[in-house]
Design a protein around this ligand. Structure first.
Ligand code: SAH
Ligand code: TMP
Ligand code: ZN
Length: 406
């Protein structure tokens, strides 16, 4: 087994989620089952730099390509979140003359739209051709490429240095951070910043949200591991902000070492992580035990409902749900269909579990008895839109932070 992907140090595996399919590889039909790709999903912690990481790496081209189905703009809460984020960057880091923002993983342009509207120079770097094309269709500038040192040099030649490199739910997708930081070093202005937001290890451990672990989420960041990562590459963690979106994230701001004074929030979060022993082996082992318990409870509940003759569906064909269904063996016998608003997922089968995906618009009366909320991170938005389900006597099932009928 190889060492830490960041520092080469020894890594201890604390959670084994078994063989898993690609979380966003929805099948056109049963004929594709035979050729489905699987990998071993295991998570480890580096004893030197504390980075939490997957032990096995899926080649990036298998995950991010022309057909990558995730669409950022489908959630109204996320649209609002990114509009607010863009406005805040515009008012601060991008307020100077001829400011320039680069976004890694811009997807369908959910954040860049606001930057472009303000007349500020922008460029998206997005390897998934389908979503990049959607963004271009909105008049945005997008380069279809994986971000790495080579891409950074090309962008530098064509566009010059950037004041901000921003990435949401993308930085944790990139295993080869040495090349990324080499690229950031050439691309950022002397006072430029890297701003990225990703699922927070602290929230994952607290809520038991193990479904944040899947092929695309190669790293589970914390202030502790990001501060160490930054130092390794000549940068410094200068700000952290906790976010409520996607089940709990942190927005990290990195500047060149010594360029800025770190905010008090950095020291506070580092101290909090030390106080709660977030990276201690015992904490991570307890988390792994909790994962087993949640999986057993969920299967137990679904089997009981099936035996009672209840009709159970799921809501949100999330990448996260691939981890849950494939770890537990939950399939169409326990959950007949999963409703989802993404056109690119509808009419397909979920990866590994092969549950048919139906359009969310078909989630109507006569309602099922229960709906398992795979998109629990969008609970408020979904439960509000589908309020008629509950009014008709339907019940939502969640498994975060524990298995319960709501
Ligand atoms: N920022 C959006 C999209 C997140 S999905 C949001 O928060 O909703 C992750 C995106 O990162 C995908 O669109 C994927 O194609 C892109 N991505 C994956 N690897 C990348 C890399 N090396 N460089 C840039 N983008 C990458
Ligand atoms: P995410 O948790 O990775 O953002 O994925 C959310 C999934 O849920 C995505 O496939 C879209 C779907 N979805 C709905 O079907 N209805 C909704 O209202 C929302 C917000 C998401
Ligand atoms: Zn390490």
């Amino acid at each position: 087994m190889s060492g830490c992907r960041v520092c080469g140090g020894d890594v201890t595996t604390f959670l084994d989620l078994g063989q898993q399919p690609l979380s966003d590889a929805f099948l056109l039909g049963p004929e594709q089952i035979e050729s489905e790709f699987f990998y071993h999903l295991r998570v480890g912690s580096c004893r030197s730099c504390h980075m939490i990481q997957l032990r096995d790496e899926v080649p990036r081209e298998r995950m991010f390509h022309e057909e990558y189905p995730y669409r950022s703009s489908l959630s109204s809460v996320m649209r609002e979140h990114f509009a607010t984020t863009a406005r805040s960057l515009l008012a601060t880091e991008l307020s100077g003359p001829d400011a320039f923002l680069i976004e890694l993983g811009c997807n369908d342009g959910v954040l860049l739209g606001t930057v472009a509207e303000a007349g500020v120079r922008h460029l998206g770097v997005e390897p998934s051709g389908g979503v990049a094309e959607v963004a271009r269709g909105r008049g945005l500038s997008v380069l279809t490429a994986f971000f790495e040192e080579k891409t950074a040099r090309r962008v530098l030649e064509e566009h010059g240095r950037a004041d901000v490199v921003y990435a949401a739910n993308t930085f944790c997708h990139i295993p080869y951070l040495d090349s990324v930081f080499a690229g950031l070093d050439v691309l950022l202005t002397p006072d430029g910043v890297l701003v990225f937001e990703d699922p927070y290890l602290g929230d994952i451990v607290e809520r038991g949200s193990f479904d944040q672990i899947y092929d695309e989420h190669f790293y589970l960041f914390s202030a502790t591991s990001v501060a160490s990562l930054a130092n390794r590459f000549g940068f410094e963690l200068v700000d952290v902000v906790r976010l409520g979106v996607h089940g709990g994230e942190v927005r990290y701001t990195l500047a060149r070492a010594g360029a800025r004074v770190p905010s008090a929030a950095v020291a506070d979060l580092l101290a909090e992580e030390t106080d709660r022993a977030l990276h201690a082996p015992g904490t991570l082992e307890d988390f792994a035990k909790r994962v087993d318990r949640i999986c057993d409870d969920l299967v137990g509940l679904l089997e009981r409902l099936r035996d009672e003759g209840r009709r159970v569906v799921a809501y949100g064909a999330t990448a996260k749900s691939a981890t849950v269904t494939n770890r537990t063996g939950i399939g169409p016998d326990l959950v007949s269909t999963v409703y989802d608003s993404t056109p690119e997922k509808q009419g397909r089968l979920t990866p590994g579990a092969h549950i048919p995906v139906s359009p969310a618009a078909e989630f109507t009366a006569p309602y099922p008895d229960y709906a398992l909320l795979f998109a629990w991170n969008h609970a408020d938005e979904i439960m509000q839109r589908e309020s008629a389900f509950r009014e008709a006597g339907g019940r939502w099932i969640s498994y975060v932070p524990d298995v319960r009928v709501m």
